[in-house]
Design a protein around this ligand. Structure first.
Ligand SMILES: Nc1ncnc2c1ncn2[C@@H]1O[C@H](COP(=O)(O)OP(=O)(O)O)[C@@H](O)[C@H]1O
Ligand SMILES: O=P(O)(O)OC[C@H]1O[C@](O)(COP(=O)(O)O)[C@@H](O)[C@@H]1O
Ligand SMILES: [Mg+2]
Length: 542
């Protein structure tokens, strides 16, 4: 290539960059940018004073050699990450939510010796919980010289039950080897949320920073606790670290532990495949977690490539009849000799109403009976074991065919394993940016990766958005049906009915998200975010 061409090209690139900058400045100026503003300690307590980050000091004085933080590693002020991956015009750019980039800042709002930090894990288990705990402890201790760190045992109830025995002191030596363990060294629980009792314990322990690791339920709890703390005027900064193997947390790329859980699930699908291949008219059915959504089921099927039928709560299906799942199982078993089925735990929600009622009647469960756990989550009917016996009966009655059906319910086995490499890296990143966010004065936010960048998402926005659900038109579902070759499992009449229902649900969710966008737009334009004074946004420390 000649140099004239390169010069021209470079010039054009410069112009484009300048145009983009002008556009961004203009949008910021017009406050049209749907910025998800994160509350700052100075919004709540205007007299709060900042100090220089100890990460700068350690660099300048060479005091600490366990980390090295060059100038450009701090996050530049007003750096946002777009939620939408693509946009075609400025309107789309405007309407995309923008999340504040997470990471170390130069201004810090806590002296290490003033900090009293609490860490708690809530809800169901998830691979990587111990890695998150470990990285919060090490970031607090090593980066910010925090020495008072408590782990609160058994979830929300541990704040106040058997007080103060459930508060255990943590330091780097205590967490040094926990990253290789499944579960959580702090234990977890459902239910037990009691804001007044928790606040009493927080006051007694003098806690001013809380790191709460949990899923959708936990985040609703964090929001309630946050409101109660603000009403009392207590200066306690709170951060959530989203956890769930179900991967239904909105906005973020994926929740930690999800990938590990799918990896574990694939091993059970392999077993089902082997069992089904080794029997005449063999059928292997695997039930995977996901009481409200099918992300684990779909991702595991996509990774396995051996699955022929996948059933999830969000995409409707019928079991019986010419177009139904049972005919597909029998046809496949007859033509190819075997069939592998993956069914998400909550797939009852995807059944057409008549078949759902029929199943409940057969299982002796009342039509409207809903069992709930201590947190208020629905306990699913065991649809996997129902299909196991029902399909065998159906095949015999309708086709005089004897299927050999093997049913695997790995349930807890997929979430109790230690985090894999990717999840371990993700967990340590999330734990570290949570600490940077809180130490740099932000509060009432949760951390996650958006477009592979760590961001801070306001808790209220996360809670209002509700849980993420898969849609028929989603890329992953489309990939799944092309990989399994499954058809819609609906008669034309049922298809017409459920499509309307699914579209209405889609519309409702879009409206909900639109409300959030307006809410973000209504917020004042990022005054707290302007307090950051990092200089460059490259290679920031997380
Ligand atoms: N609306 C709510 N308000 C306060 N606390 C809640 C709320 N919903 C759930 N919680 C609490 O959050 C914790 C975890 O919730 P749960 O649904 O079990 O798990 P997850 O956070 O993983 O979804 C439980 O202790 C539960 O009582
Ligand atoms: O039996 P438990 O402990 O209540 O957990 C079962 C549930 O946990 C989940 O993994 C989700 O739990 P979380 O929301 O706590 O992550 C569901 O998919 C599953 O139904
Ligand atoms: Mg949950």
């Amino acid at each position: 290539m000649n140099s004239e061409f390169l010069d021209k090209h470079a010039q054009r690139l410069k112009e484009l960059v300048a145009q983009r900058q002008d556009l961004a400045d203009e949008l910021l100026e017009q406050k049209k940018v749907n910025i998800c503003r994160v509350t700052h300690i100075t919004d709540l307590f205007p007299d709060s004073k900042s100090i220089e980050s100890p990460l700068i000091k350690s660099l300048e004085h060479g005091e600490h050699n366990s980390f090295y933080l060059p100038e450009m590693s701090f996050v530049k002020e007003n750096t946002f990450v777009l939620q939408e991956k693509f946009y075609t015009d400025t309107l789309e750019l405007e309407s995309s939510l923008k999340f504040l980039r997470a990471g170390a800042r130069k201004d810090v709002y806590f002296q290490g010796d003033e900090v009293r930090a609490g860490i708690v894990t809530c809800g169901g288990l998830c691979p990587g919980l111990n890695v998150v705990i470990r990285s919060i402890v090490t970031a607090l201790w090593n980066d910010y010289s925090v020495r008072k760190i408590w782990g609160i045992k058994w979830g929300f109830r541990g704040f106040y039950e058997d007080f103060p025995n459930n508060w255990v002191s943590l330091d780097p030596t205590k967490v040094a080897n926990i990253h290789n363990l499944g579960g959580t060294i702090l234990g977890s629980s459902r239910g037990g949320f009691n804001a007044p009792a928790m606040i009493e314990a927080i006051k007694k322990q003098g806690i001013n920073q809380l790191y709460i690791i949990g899923g959708d339920g936990t985040h609703r709890g964090i929001l309630a606790l946050q409101k109660a703390l603000r009403e009392e005027g207590l200066q306690v900064s709170i951060c959530g670290i989203p956890k769930t193997i179900d991967n239904d947390i909105p906005f973020i790329d994926r929740s930690f532990g999800f990938q590990t859980a799918c990896e574990a699930a694939v091993k059970f699908i392999d077993s089902a495949n082997v069992e089904s291949e080794a029997a005449e008219y063999g059928v292997g059915i695997v039930k995977l977690m996901g009481r409200y959504c099918g992300y684990i089921a779909v991702a595991s099927c996509l990774a396995s490539r051996d699955v022929n039928i996948c059933l999830i709560p969000e995409v409707h299906f019928q079991l019986e009849g010419e177009e139904g799942v049972y005919e597909a199982i029998i046809e496949r078993a007859k033509v190819k000799g075997h069939c592998v089925v993956v069914v998400a735990e909550g797939a009852e929600d995807g059944m057409i109403p008549e078949e759902r009622d029929k199943m409940r009647e057969k299982l002796g469960i009342a039509k409207d009976q809903v069992k709930k756990d201590e947190s208020g989550n629905v306990k699913s009917v065991d649809i996997g074991s129902y299909i196991k016996s029902d399909v065998a009966k159906y095949a015999m009655e309708k086709h005089n065919t004897k299927l050999t059906v093997k049913y695997l319910d790995p349930m807890y086995a997929i979430r109790t394993v230690p985090a894999n490499c990717d999840d371990t890296v993700l967990c340590s990143r999330l734990g570290t940016v949570a600490v940077h966010g809180i130490l740099c004065g932000f509060t009432d936010f949760s951390v996650g990766l958006v477009r592979d960048e760590p961001v801070m998402i306001p808790i209220d926005i996360l809670v209002e958005a509700g849980s993420k659900k898969m849609k028929r038109k989603d890329y992953d579902w489309q990939r799944l049906i092309s990989s399994t070759g499954q058809w819609s499992f609906l008669s034309p009449e049922n298809f017409a009915k459920v499509i309307t229902q699914e579209r209405e649900e889609d519309k409702r969710r879009k409206e909900q998200l639109l409300k959030i966008k307006y809410k973000a737009q209504d917020q004042k334009n990022g005054s707290a975010q302007r307090r950051d004074r990092g200089h460059s946004n490259e290679n920031h420390h997380d």
